[in-house]
Design a protein around this ligand. Structure first.
Ligand code: BES
Ligand code: ZN
Length: 451
């Protein structure tokens, strides 16, 4: 039995302990939990045998650093992951509580199971296996984990931009993406960027009786609806002037590769989406719409009366959370300015609309023609027994673009999530077989890089 096989139970227990920490970065009341998760990760790095493990303190949540640099003249990999998670609401939809991990049918269910604690542990355990058995690694490794990825990763961004010498590396390695299908080894080569905003609309200066004043008083929730429909039409086309100007279409070669992926639109609609129809821009495939086209989505509207029963009120104010996903070569700052101008233009009579920028990240495209991506493809193929496919993803990992621009290094996005892992949703899960195979694959990857 190999070290990894012997330690499966241990690994699972460690993962469960990690998942019990509700490290929700967006909620201030979880500040202490976020720190506990950072300390937990640091401890794991220490136990794995890494050197100079420490929490890097700064303005935001701590970064976790560790290194092993004993492989002279071999490449250095920078392993990145995040220990923060998304909020767990709506709680009543979880079959088992989000922070009490439970194994069912070969999957572990908990918030953060796949995104990203399970995958962070894959990276750590792969390194641990080498250090505990061989006593050294085939190449040099640095770890940089953050606790703000789910809220935009602002602080790690300024840290990496300051180019600290200890981050010098030849490539970044990230396990925070999904496989295209179960058992199909996958490398992600493109991520969308994002601009996350809040729209604050003010109508009258106080709440009003809707019978007495309905007919003359402006309604901020109605105003939000009108603004939203002015920003995106019924065909899913974004009506913000200039918004598409920088959009680069994927090459014919890439589109051709996508067309060879095993995919059934009807099955995708039924199993993965669960809606009556798919929506969005006509003339574009599902892959183009989710990977290579920008979007605009509303995440929530707060305002007025939403309790049980009825209350006849015209609310004085309302707030909408709206984000846009960006693709190469769109820029978050520019998209935000365009959005702001379009909101001002669409704002109806009687209300004022103020927009706030919550966070932004650039889109990223990785050129897969480098030895690190090739090594990852080979390692994945060995462990999963199938040829590795290259895809993009519609999600965002802000640091990828920063690694490229500030450190000049490519990222290898080798993820082990599955399309039905319910990221950011109730009943998030991580497939345990992918957890163990992920450890094998990353371990193998280290060996190939060191050859
Ligand atoms: N792991 C996801 C990103 C992801 C999901 C990549 C699925 C590929 C496939 C990541 O943790 C995430 O959710 N990021 C946020 C970032 C944002 C808040 C800046 C996202 O995409 O919403
Ligand atoms: Zn993630």
């Amino acid at each position: 039995m190999t070290y990894h096989e012997q330690n499966r139970e241990n690994y699972l227990e460690t993962l469960k302990a990690f998942l019990r920490i509700p490290s929700i970065s967006t909620l201030p009341e979880h500040k202490d939990d976020v720190r506990r998760a950072a300390e937990f990760a640091a401890n794991e790095l220490r136990n794995a045998g890494l050197d100079n493990v420490e929490l890097i303190e700064g303005k935001g949540n701590p970064l976790v650093y560790g290194e092993w640099l004993g492989a002279k003249r071999k490449p250095t990999l920078l392993f990145y992951g995040h220990y923060d998670v998304q909020p767990a609401e709506p709680l009543e939809e979880w079959k088992s509580p989000p922070f009490e991990p439970e194994v069912r049918d070969g999957n572990i269910y908990a918030r953060g199971a796949c995104d990203d604690k399970g995958q962070v542990l894959i990276l750590i355990k792969a390194v641990e296996g080498w250090l505990k058995t061989v006593g050294k690694l085939p190449c040099n490794v640095k770890f940089l984990l953050e606790g703000e990825e789910e809220v935009g990763g602002e602080h790690i961004e300024s840290y990496v931009q300051s180019k600290p010498p200890r981050l010098k590396a030849d490539a970044a390695v990230i396990s925070d993406t999904e496989m295209f299908a179960p058992d199909l080894p996958t490398i992600c080569v493109g991520l969308r960027g994002i601009v996350y905003t809040e729209l604050h609309v003010q109508g009258a200066d106080h709440d009003l009786h809707s019978g007495v004043y309905g007919g003359v008083a402006p309604n901020p929730i109605q105003a939000i609806a009108e603004i939203l429909t002015a920003l995106k039409n019924r065909e899913g086309h974004i009506m913000i002037p200039g918004f598409y100007d920088r959009v680069q279409p994927p090459s014919e070669k890439e589109k051709e590769a996508w067309s060879r992926l095993p995919f059934d639109v009807e099955e995708y609609r039924k199993k993965e989406i669960g809606s009556r129809d798919l929506t969005g821009e006509s003339g574009y495939t599902v892959f183009e719409r989710t990977w290579a086209r920008p979007t605009l989505e509303v995440h929530g509207i707060r305002g007025g009366f939403t309790g049980e029963g009825a209350k006849t009120v015209i609310p004085a104010r309302a707030v909408a959370k709206i984000s846009m996903r960006l693709v190469a070569d769109q820029r978050p700052e520019e998209a935000f300015e365009q959005f702001k101008a379009a909101v001002a233009k669409a704002c109806p009579l009687g209300v004022t609309a103020e927009v706030k920028l919550i966070h932004g990240a650039r889109p990223s495209l990785v050129n897969p023609d480098n030895r690190f991506v090739h090594a990852a493809a080979e390692a994945l193929q060995q462990v999963f027994g199938k040829k590795t496919v290259y895809i993009r993803s519609g999600g965002s990992i802000p640091i990828v673009g920063v690694f490229e621009r500030s450190l000049g290094i490519p990222s290898v996005l080798m993820g082990f999530g599955l399309p039905d892992d319910n990221l950011h949703a109730p009943n998030e899960k991580f497939n345990l077989s992918n957890f163990y195979r992920g450890i094998e694959a990353v371990s193998q990857f280290l060996e190939i890089v060191g050859r």
